[in-house]
Write a protein that binds this ligand. Structure first.
Ligand code: H2U
Length: 376
């Protein structure tokens, strides 16, 4: 509701502005609307040349060792709770030893249910950790397509399992210490919850509204338009496209979408679509690493129609489009990141580089990983 109001305010303001034919989106400031989340982003491309004398991160360290007997994510290593990891050869999933969500915790009393100022509710769930590979010194772009496919297969197995019961299953990867990743071993986390978290809740609402208004899924309409325009595409495979969304907030943010048919959940992927997605993930993350010749940090995750009690919500199946979100923090080098601070915290997201410029830079990078090139 608040977001609809914001859109209305924006329109009202626009109506008093004159149309200026000298407008160039690569040079002139403007705002862009994110119809999926209902947010606006301020784009200020004229600022791309501003000098930077702020924080500089330390360059990323050298590769970790392939095997570290003290690393609790490595095969055969005992975790602090005494459990010993099996000698796994592919992916490995275990219950998070420090979970943010438990399945058997007491709920708050119902007393405040109708109190608009002090609302609370039950939160139950499960958290798991998933290792992508037995080697610590490898990352997704350096894995083979078959190894990435094994990761995708395991994500789908976990979604099928946790999705039987939980309303939302969030698969996410924090990569790199600057994203808060606690361990260099290639891994992701899976949090399953009894509630719909904020991001998917907004996406659920906005995709539903769009479907009710247009009779088509928003993101399938969007991807068709993007394929026509060819302005923000980074990489494509048979079944998938990776693009910098028109409304991207992070400098090199990327969205992964199905390009050939409507898919609402990751569990619907055919074998060909899984292979094609593995190739896309490998190509995209290779380009990311090649951008600043570093192991490119990001937070990423997958979003699809809610699960558990909503598995049989056939309406949601019609309006939800399965997609991936990559949010990398780096801005201009391996050491300078974009801070979402002052204006972003107090007003709204702002970016300098346009999404089209970011897509162009990523698209033009080679598909061969810089580390392999230097070795050849
Ligand atoms: P991050 O790198 O995104 O922090 O994920 C690592 C997760 O692994 C983290 O949630 C869990 C942490 O709780 N973990 C275990 O469950 N057991 C361990 O022995 C080490 C880390």
């Amino acid at each position: 509701m608040q977001k609809d109001q914001q859109q209305h305010d924006r329109t009202t303001t626009d109506n008093v502005n004159k149309v200026d034919h000298s407008f160039d989106p690569n040079e002139h400031q403007h705002v862009r609307y994110n119809p999926l989340c209902g947010d606006w982003v301020l784009v200020s491309p004229h600022r791309t040349k501003r000098p930077w004398a702020g924080q500089v991160e330390r360059p990323s360290q050298q590769d970790p060792p392939r095997y570290d007997p003290a690393n609790p994510l490595c095969p055969g290593v005992p975790r602090p709770n005494g459990k010993i990891n099996p000698d796994y050869q592919s992916t490995y999933v275990f219950p998070n030893d420090f979970p943010a969500l438990l399945d058997d915790s007491p709920s708050p009393p119902d007393d405040g249910k109708d109190d608009s100022l002090f609302q609370w509710g039950a939160a139950r769930g499960e958290c798991r950790v998933m290792c992508f590979h037995p080697h610590t010194d490898i990352t997704l772009p350096l894995m083979t397509q078959a190894e990435v496919r094994a990761v995708i297969d395991r994500w789908i197995e976990e979604l099928e399992d946790l999705g039987k019961k939980h309303l939302w299953v969030q698969i996410f990867e924090n990569k790199g210490a600057i994203m808060g990743c606690s361990n260099p071993h290639p891994h992701c986390q899976i949090w399953a919850s009894s509630f719909l978290p904020n991001e998917p809740r907004m996406k659920d609402h906005n995709q539903r509204q769009y479907y009710l208004n247009h009779g088509t899924p928003m993101l399938m309409d969007y991807v068709a338009r993007e394929m026509e325009k060819q302005e923000r595409i980074v990489v494509t495979t048979d079944c998938w496209v990776a693009l910098v969304p028109f409304w991207a907030t992070w400098p090199f943010e990327v969205m992964v979408l199905p390009s050939h048919r409507h898919i609402s959940r990751m569990t619907q992927l055919s074998s060909q679509e899984r292979d094609s997605l593995a190739l896309l993930v490998k190509k995209l993350t290779t380009k990311y690493d090649n951008l600043f010749e570093c192991s490119f940090p990001y937070s990423m995750g997958w979003h699809g129609a809610p699960t558990g009690p909503r598995l049989k919500d056939f309406e949601a199946d019609k309006y939800w489009v399965f997609h991936g979100c990559y949010y990398p923090p780096l801005l201009r080098s391996a050491t300078v990141k974009k801070f979402m601070v002052g204006y972003e915290m107090l007003a709204q997201a702002q970016r300098d580089l346009t999404p089209e410029q970011a897509a162009c830079r990523l698209r033009e990078l080679p598909d061969e990983h810089y580390k392999l090139k230097n070795k050849a």
